[in-house]
Design a protein around this ligand. Structure first.
Ligand code: 5RP
Length: 231
């Protein structure tokens, strides 16, 4: 099976968890895109749900496909968020933000009773950190924020380089207009400690470590679907 087929399979399993009347968080990325596609098919068949998109890209896709949308202002509590991830460990800790949407993704997941991660098997790791950790920062004071982030990384036993994310030769801007520092660390020995350290840095808007948020992960493998946690 191709990677794309595995992602779609994980998305299909997650769509099966959706019940009429649910308030959903709609994730961002290529795997979450399959989920929104498949959800829209069920909506066309009469399923009544409402969703909060985690990015402008997901908003555009859901609107185009006729999935009814709301906001966290109108609907501050959600039943289920389904989203992809860049890395998942056995304790359901995640790295997210490869698409630069982790700020809204974390807000939406935090407002949700359950967060189910969908991914292909390549995302499951022993130790987080092979994927560069995205850290969203405000552009004002970037040099000082960068130094404070480096100190937080060192304090948490991480070594590596920080790169300002670019796209098409210019600094990448998130949906909220901020910059992203990608931290290439190789491994993160203590994700909780690093998350706490980064949370304390003024100028950091949000980082891509999701700890204690995912309640389950649906991982599509070439041998079938593997589920971690309680979906
Ligand atoms: O966190 C994300 C976006 O900010 C995505 O969920 C993550 O990058 C995974 O994307 P994909 O399903 O395309 O591999």
């Amino acid at each position: 099976m191709s990677l794309e087929a595995l992602k779609r399979e994980a998305a299909a399993q997650a769509v099966a968890l959706v019940r009429p009347g649910m308030r959903l968080g709609l994730g961002t990325g290529s795997t979450a895109k399959h989920f929104v596609d498949l959800l829209a098919e069920r909506v066309r068949d009469g399923l009544d749900v409402v969703g909060v998109p985690t990015s402008e890209a997901t908003r555009a896709q859901a609107e185009r496909l006729g999935v009814r949308l709301t906001t966290l202002d109108e609907t501050p509590e959600l039943d289920l968020t389904v989203d992809g991830a860049d890395e998942i460990d056995g304790a359901l800790r995640l790295i997210k933000g490869g698409g630069g949407a982790h700020l809204r993704e974390k807000i939406v997941a935090s407002a949700s009773r359950r967060m189910v991660v969908i991914a292909d098997e390549t995302k499951l790791v022993e130790t987080l950190g092979r994927f560069p950790l995205p850290i969203e920062v405000v552009s004002f004071g970037l040099g000082a924020t960068r130094r404070a982030v480096e100190a937080a990384l060192a304090e948490a036993g991480c070594a590596g380089t920080l790169t300002v994310r670019e796209r098409d030769g210019a600094a990448f801007r998130t949906d909220s207009g901020n910059l992203i520092l990608d931290a290439a660390l190789g491994r993160i020995p203590d994700p909780e400690r690093l998350a706490e350290g980064l949370d304390r840095v003024t100028g950091v808007v949000e980082h891509g470590l999701f700890i204690g948020l995912a309640t389950a992960a649906i991982l599509a493998t070439s041998q079938g679907v593997k589920v971690l946690g309680e979906p």
